[in-house]
Structure formats: structure tokens, C-alpha cells
Design a protein around this ligand. Structure first.
Ligand SMILES: *Cc1c(COP(=O)(O)O)cnc(C)c1O
Length: 360
């Protein structure tokens, strides 16, 4: 390891290195947990491989911090998580009980969050004594039983003793959206008086305040340092290797479709990382990377495996560039790409070497 301008560089790094701070994830979970009262359980949503950060590393760290309930999307994700966590924690699947899921749900002890009448019937027939939860649709129109459906089957469903009733907010990232209070009112209307624990809030809902917390919260993005949890500790940093540096003359163009032309003689660094690694092609305009404390512009198009960077102002060629850091997180990158932090995180490629700080 050599240190340059305060930046630690690993020589001969063959691919990008995604640094993932498990201690920061644990701290973010504690901070989100502290926002709800002591009798409200704080779970963790770790679907899509913990938002691309590696569920087999992230979930055990959260378990060590005290988290005892985890949410994934599919039954197969539940099975992988069960193997990583052992028998104790409860694992819920947002896709519910799909055709073909029965054996996996049973074997991995995963609780399906039933989201349609069809799933309810399937579950009660296929796994009558296996715990299940329910998703209610309070206005997002994505997953869950609608008001009339719930009215029709609530009695039957409640007799089978669901372990959790949930809904999901569509606009929780906009605190004063009328849809938040609408959905809250509808959730009350659909569930007040039942004796089943209730969960409504993901990251955004936690930040809306106590009336949104019910018995359990289930944050995802906030654990991983993304908005809307603006106070989150930064979790990821990304370093990409420099493959080649060279000079070009004024008037020469760089990259596919020659979208950038040098106004003066320039020095270019070609960097290992592209849209196949989650550096979205729409970043081609206006993205910056850091060499130590010095920002450098990405010039020309992002290609599948490569970026080109203008390093004319540096006094020597860098060995690597930093794409994400504490000041330029996934949301900064997302803003340059016209998307959200969630998409940037979950698009981070498999090609990177993941390096973890902290953990078990
Ligand atoms: C993804 C998801 C969550 C977690 O949401 P964040 O915004 O990442 O905190 C919670 N509930 C449901 C139903 C989800 O799909």
C-alpha cells in the first residue's frame, strides 16, 4: 500500500474495489431504531442482495447489532438469508407465496407476506400451519389486498392468525405529500381493532414521525446511506483502477460518437469501470471522480467497461480514481444520472471486489 495525498491506493488493483462499511450500516440501523419508541421493533429490508452490498455480510452484522426481523423480496432470497443467519430471526418475503415457493418457504422457515386473494388460498391450502403475514394496498396500487378484498376475507384470514399486517407508502420521500396521510388513514380504517402487529414504515415512513411507526418498521435504503435518510453515515466508497494514461492534441475527440473534443492539449486517463458496473451511461454528462482531493471530469461517453477522465491538471498520473466517497455518495451520482440512489446502489456490478470494514 502506498499513500498519496491522504488517499490509500492498492497497487495493481485489477478491478474496481467497492468499500462497504458494515459499522456504518450498523450505526444507521441504530439511528433509525432510535427514532421509534422502544416498543416498536426495527427490522431491516435486505432484498436484492442487501441493495447490492452483499446480504451474507450485511445481515449477520445487523443481527449482531440486535436486529431480529429481516425482509427480502423472494423466497429464494429468504433461503440464502436463512443459511447466513441461522434459525433465530424471522424472515419475511414481499413476493408472498408464489406458485412453486411452497417447499422453499417451508424449508427455510420464511414468512410469506400474502399479497392477493389467490396467494391467501394457496397458502392456507399448501402450508396451513406455516406462519404468514398480509400486505394491504392502501393506495400505492402495487401489491396487497385492496379495501374490498380485505373486507371480504379479513375474517377468514384473521382466523388463520397472521403474524404481521403491512402496507407500504408510495410518497414517503415527500414529507408533506397528501398521499402519506391518506394511506395512513386507510391503514387505520382497514386494521384498527385487530390484534395482529402492524408495520407501515420503511425509511421514509420512519422519518415522518411516530404515528407512522406502528409495531414494526422495516428500513432499507437508510441503512445503506441513501436518501431520504439525510443523516445517515456514509456506507460505500468506490475506487476504480486506471488502465492507461495518454496525451491528445487540441481538436481530438474522446470515446464513442466523439461527444467530447479537447479544446487544448489534454491528458486522458482510461479507467476500469463502465455501465456494466452500474456507472450508468447517462452519467456521461457532468460526472466527477476524485484523485485524492482533486476533482477530475469524466469526458466522452461512459462505455460498457471503461470511463475516460481528463487529468490534464494533475501533476502525475493516478493509479486509481475514487468515484464514490463520503462527500459524493450514491445520491450525488444518482442526481448526475437523473435517477435515485436506490438504482445506483443496486446497479453496482458484480465485477467489483467488495472490501468490508467491520463485521463478524
Ligand atoms: C423495499 C421496500 C421497503 C424498504 O424501503 P426503503 O425505502 O428502502 O427503506 C419496505 N417495504 C417494502 C414493501 C419494500 O418494497
Amino acid at each position: 500500500m502506498t499513500a498519496t495525498s491522504g488517499l490509500t491506493i492498492t497497487p495493481h488493483m485489477p478491478t474496481g474495489i467497492l468499500h462497504i462499511d458494515l459499522e456504518a450500516i450498523a450505526a444507521n440501523w441504530r439511528a433509525l431504531d432510535a427514532l421509534s419508541s422502544y416498543d416498536c421493533e426495527t427490522a431491516a429490508t435486505v432484498k436484492a442482495d442487501a441493495y447490492g452490498l452483499g446480504v451474507t455480510q450485511v445481515a449477520p452484522r445487523l443481527f449482531a447489532e440486535g436486529c431480529r426481523a429481516f425482509f427480502v423480496a423472494t423466497a429464494d432470497e429468504g433461503l440464502e438469508l436463512r443459511r447466513a443467519l441461522g434459525p433465530e430471526p424471522r424472515i419475511y418475503a414481499y413476493y408472498g407465496h408464489m406458485t412453486g415457493d411452497t417447499a422453499t418457504l417451508a424449508r427455510a422457515d420464511v414468512v410469506p407476506l400474502i399479497c392477493s386473494l389467490e396467494q391467501l388460498m394457496r397458502h392456507l391450502e399448501a402450508l396451513p400451519r406455516h406462519p404468514f403475514g398480509l400486505q394491504l394496498d392502501t393506495g400505492m396500487n402495487r401489491l396487497g389486498l385492496k379495501m374490498e378484498e380485505w373486507a371480504a376475507v379479513a375474517e377468514l384470514a384473521l382466523r388463520a392468525e397472521p403474524v404481521l399486517v403491512t402496507t407500504h407508502l408510495a410518497s414517503s420521500d415527500v414529507p408533506d405529500a397528501a398521499q402519506n396521510t391518506d394511506q395512513l388513514a386507510r391503514f387505520h380504517e382497514m386494521t384498527d381493532g385487530i390484534s395482529v402487529p402492524r408495520s407501515l414504515a420503511a425509511t421514509g415512513g420512519i422519518l415522518l414521525g411516530g404515528e407512522y411507526h406502528f409495531d414494526m418498521t422495516r428500513p432499507g435504503i437508510g441503512l445503506f446511506g441513501g436518501l431520504p435518510f439525510a443523516k445517515a453515515d456514509p456506507v460505500v466508497a468506490l475506487d476504480l483502477p486506471v488502465i492507461s494514461c495518454f496525451d491528445i492534441a487540441a481538436g481530438e475527440a474522446v470515446g464513442y460518437s466523439a461527444t467530447w473534443t479537447a479544446r487544448a492539449p489534454s491528458r486522458i486517463a482510461t479507467v476500469g469501470g463502465g455501465y456494466a458496473d452500474g456507472l450508468l451511461r447517462s452519467l456521461s454528462q457532468g460526472m466527477e471522480v476524485m484523485v485524492g482531493p482533486v476533482p477530475c471530469n469524466v469526458v466522452g461517453r461512459v462505455s460498457m467497461d471503461l470511463l475516460t477522465v481528463d487529468i490534464s491538471h494533475l501533476d502525475r498520473d493516478p493509479e486509481s480514481v475514487r468515484v464514490l466517497d463520503a462527500h459524493r455518495g450514491v445520491d450525488t451520482l444518482a442526481a448526475s444520472a437523473g435517477t435515485i440512489g436506490y438504482e445506483v446502489l443496486t446497479s453496482m456490478g458484480r465485477r467489483y471486489k467488495r472490501q468490508y470494514r467491520g463485521g463478524q
